[in-house]
Design a protein around this ligand. Structure first.
Ligand SMILES: O=C(O)CCC(=O)C(=O)O
Ligand SMILES: [Fe+2]
Length: 257
């Protein structure tokens, strides 16, 4: 695979083992211009830093940041090893730039392309009734040009499955409230909608109808001990009404971004 970029790199990605389900989860990138010398420059400064007198090194420590804190200010040995800052930043920037290119290639395996029309989510109510969608172009119904497009769900054992049902069927999907009310026996169905891809797909529209069924606004929900959804929002042994629960979830999506 080769990584293309707006920069002047022509990189070949040497995949030792893929990132995929059977891979080791690591890959190596070769032939990055400038990398060898930046690597050597920085790594040879490490023993020099380690061999500085203890009082100098103590000054470089920041216990308040718990040493690796992400948001603390950097501390550089500017008077004793001035070249370290530049070497550190130069190598870091290069690894970051290449990492962005790797991330771009990873995106095709992630949610980004799969959930292109509607991102992964679970519905908030109890059950969602869904019609089978129609596809149109300029108002005329057409067969969907890409058989991979449409609704996908994630099963309990983490399989991604395309949902197929007939035009005369109504599909019902489990929502979060059914999970709560059933004490976790039913599980809210994670789902997303993938847009059609390819040349044939330009101008294609998809229409469907989703009917969300939900408890009364004031109905009390008692949450099971173990909640799988929105864990961070729900205090333990919570007793909230459906309305309070819905407001909390909507707040998470819309207010706290
Ligand atoms: O478009 C679909 O088939 C599903 C829509 C959906 O997930 C939703 O509206 O919550
Ligand atoms: Fe949905």
């Amino acid at each position: 695979m080769s990584l293309s970029t707006d920069k002047d790199y022509d990189l070949s990605l040497k995949i030792e083992q893929g990132f995929g389900p059977d891979g080791l989860g690591i890959l190596s990138v070769t032939d990055v211009p400038g990398y060898s010398s930046l690597r050597r420059n920085l790594l040879h400064l490490a023993p020099k830093l380690a061999n500085l007198p203890k009082e100098v090194k103590d000054d470089l420590e920041d216990p308040n940041s718990r040493y690796p804190s992400y948001c603390g200010s950097n501390v550089w040995p500017r008077s004793t090893l001035p070249e370290l800052e530049l070497a550190f930043k130069a190598l870091g920037k290069l690894i970051f730039d290449v990492g962005l290119m790797v991330a771009y290639h990873c995106d095709q395996y992630g949610d980004n392309s799969m959930s292109s029309w509607c991102g992964w989510h679970t519905d908030n109510g109890s059950l969602t009734g869904l019609t089978c969608a129609i596809f149109t172009r300029d108002g005329e119904e057409i067969p969907c040009p890409d058989s991979a497009a449409g609704l996908y769900i994630r099963t309990r054992n983490d399989q991604i499955v395309k949902v197929v049902y007939g035009v005369d069927n109504i599909a019902y999907q489990i929502g979060e409230t059914a999970e709560i009310l059933s004490g976790g026996i039913l599980r809210a169905t994670p789902h997303c909608v993938q847009a059609p891809k390819g040349k044939e797909s330009s101008g294609v529209e998809r229409s469907t109808f989703a009917l969300f069924m939900q408890p009364d606004w004031d109905e009390k929900l008692s949450f099971p001990e173990e909640v799988h959804i929105h864990k961070e929002l729900i205090p333990s042994n919570a007793s909230l009404t459906y309305g309070e629960y819905s407001e909390m979830v909507l707040g998470k999506y819309y207010d706290k971004k």
